[in-house]
Design a binder for this molecule. Structure first.
Ligand code: CO
Length: 224
């Protein structure tokens, strides 16, 4: 209980500090949110979207699930995506994976995790599709890291296929899709793919992720 109660004490401290820095902050935020970003990340407690980007409430719309999936049959993800793109009109959609991801690790192991095995089937399939690239790596740690990265690229590709994103692209150059990986060892974000803002880039990404070896073409590393 001690730990639980600590959350409330810290919450009061935080709210007081926010008010001290900007007296009208909560009043303004209570009226509306105007986030520029949708962040699709892993549930892992080490990867808090707002903390690691220094964002305040109202700046990032967040959807998290195990192993940062953008599964096109997941109504939860699609609902968040639709609201972010069509109502909030976010400029950027970020898929953020992270090294040492327990979800990706579980997908590399024999099944036995019950329900989550179903959820991780996509990552398991991804591993099979990229067996040649993964097997060419020196050790298990390198394969683990690479599967984390491949999973991010795959989820960006999955997003680019959704009718929500395609419909938005027809109307303009947003949202721009990005694939990032967060390094739990040093707290830094790394860009894996960036600037995916239309059919042409979606096709390039498709070609990249469907081969045995993934080489993201330089054209996909555009300024956001
Ligand atoms: Co994870």
């Amino acid at each position: 209980m001690q730990n639980y109660l600590r959350l409330f004490a810290q919450n009061r401290e935080w709210a007081n500090a926010m008010r001290a820095a900007d007296a009208g902050f909560f009043e303004r935020r209570s009226v509306t949110q105007e986030p520029h970003y949708l962040f699709i990340g892993c549930c892992d407690s080490r990867v808090p979207a707002e903390l690691l980007t220094g964002a305040h409430p109202g700046e990032i719309f967040v959807h998290r699930n195990i192993a940062n999936q953008a599964d096109p049959t997941d109504m939860n993800m699609l609902s968040a995506l639709e609201y972010a793109v069509e109502v909030l009109d976010v400029k950027h959609v970020l898929v953020c994976g992270h090294y040492q991801c327990g979800g990706v690790r579980a997908a590399m192991e024999p099944q036995g995790h019950r329900l989550v095995d179903h959820w991780l089937q996509v990552v398991r399939d991804l591993q099979m599709r990229h067996e040649a690239e993964l097997n060419a790596l020196a050790d298990d740690g390198a394969r683990f890291n690479r599967l984390v990265e491949l999973n991010v690229l795959e989820q960006v590709f999955q997003l680019s296929r959704t009718p929500i994103v395609r419909h938005a692209w027809k109307k303009g150059k947003r949202p721009i899709l990005h694939g990032l990986v967060y390094d739990v060892h040093d707290g830094l974000l790394k860009e894996l793919v960036s600037g995916v803002d239309g059919e042409e880039h979606a096709r390039e990404l498709r070609a990249a992720v469907s081969g045995d070896f993934v080489h993201v073409p330089p054209s996909l590393h555009l300024a956001p």
